[in-house]
Design a protein around this ligand. Structure first.
Ligand SMILES: NC(=O)c1ccc[n+]([C@@H]2O[C@H](COP(=O)([O-])OP(=O)(O)OC[C@H]3O[C@@H](n4cnc5c(N)ncnc54)[C@H](O)[C@@H]3O)[C@@H](O)[C@H]2O)c1
Length: 294
């Protein structure tokens, strides 16, 4: 018995890394899995692995930012398995560059895959759930690069912060249909991170940064049991699961029933930093990480 017995899950970018681990864990937990992946060869390997262990999986090969592809994938899923219970928006790419050196293509390609590639599949499944009356689960993939703001990742971080906002908005809109929308900010050693993340030699038997460690939380968020949780962002890596505070106002100054004079703000703006403890200058996003790799 698994927590996803009889359920059907679409995982995007399921051919490698975190998506592969999520697809395999969903299948281990009893789900039929649709592997939506740009690169068919690794996706078929994952499907073969699931089928060899007695599970059910199909590959949908295409670009998650392509509306036709995702609409067809949702229709094919329902035709093949008779239902759809969860979507895991995981597909992603990284193009790191300082802003002053960033090309239009580096900006557009990252924004497209992450933001449009989260929007298009989410819209397709929301239409299905709204029309079918079934409950649904959506798990998006954000990143601490967006939540904390990492140097050299203006494109990627902006997309990931957008996904965190999207998570909350979809949660609010889809609550009436019994659909939850949550996001994870994972950390794992994959093709995407081999250049920036090192295996910690003190990990011992338990490989802290294995992509497999991200999958149990995602599997739980795809299950019927997690129906009371929505609009939340969780950090997940190794044996750790965190929850992030959404953007929240923490201090206020008022002009007293009239419009502010700009020069007056120069004298009073410091009250916001004093009251909140927030530094006035730019912050080092990396310093906010609980777990520091290396
Ligand atoms: N690895 C980390 O530490 C880390 C940290 C934060 C966030 N993330 C996020 O986790 C997700 C998975 O990353 P990963 O580390 O497993 O990367 P990865 O490169 O190992 O795997 C990503 C997969 O997505 C697929 N993909 C890319 N663009 C696609 C598209 N347009 N349509 C369909 N498939 C597409 C790729 O072919 C690949 O198989 C990404 O959204 C990434 O931004 C990863």
């Amino acid at each position: 018995m698994g927590i996803l017995d009889g359920r059907v899950v679409i995982v995007t970018g399921a051919g490698r890394g975190i998506g592969r681990a999520e697809a395999l864990e969903c299948a281990r937990q009893g789900a039929s899995v649709v592997l939506a992946e740009y690169d068919p060869s690794p996706a078929y390997d994952v499907a073969d692995e699931i089928i060899a262990s007695g599970g059910r999986a199909i590959v949908a090969s295409g670009d998650v930012a392509d509306t036709d592809f995702v609409d067809r994938t949702v229709a094919a899923t329902v035709e093949e398995f008779g239902r759809l219970d969860a979507l895991v928006n995981n597909a992603g790419i990284l193009r790191t560059s300082e802003l002053a050196d960033m090309s239009d293509d580096e900006w557009d390609s990252v924004i497209r895959v992450h933001l449009r590639g989260t929007f298009a599949p989410t819209r397709a499944v929301c239409r299905y759930w709204r029309g079918s009356g079934r409950h649904g689960r959506i798990v998006h993939t954000t990143s601490i690069a967006g939540l904390y703001g990492f140097h050299g990742q203006a494109n990627y971080g902006s997309a990931k912060a957008g996904i965190a906002a999207f998570t909350a908005i979809v949660a609010s809109e889809m609550q009436q249909y019994g659909v939850t929308s949550n996001a994870i900010a994972p950390m794992a050693l994959t093709r995407m991170t081999t250049d920036v993340v090192d295996e910690n030699p003190s990990d011992g038997e338990f490989r802290f940064l294995a992509a497999d460690n991200v999958a149990p939380l995602v599997t739980y968020l795809c299950s019927e049991d997690s129906g009371h949780i929505s609009g939340k962002v969780f950090g997940v890596q190794g044996d750790s699961v965190e929850i992030f505070q959404p953007f929240t106002s923490v201090a206020e100054i008022r002009a007293g029933g009239r419009r502010w004079d700009p020069a007056e703000l120069s004298g009073r703006i410091g009250e916001l930093f004093e009251a909140s403890g927030i530094p006035a200058g730019p912050e080092n996003g990396m310093a906010k990480m609980r777990y520091k790799p290396g």
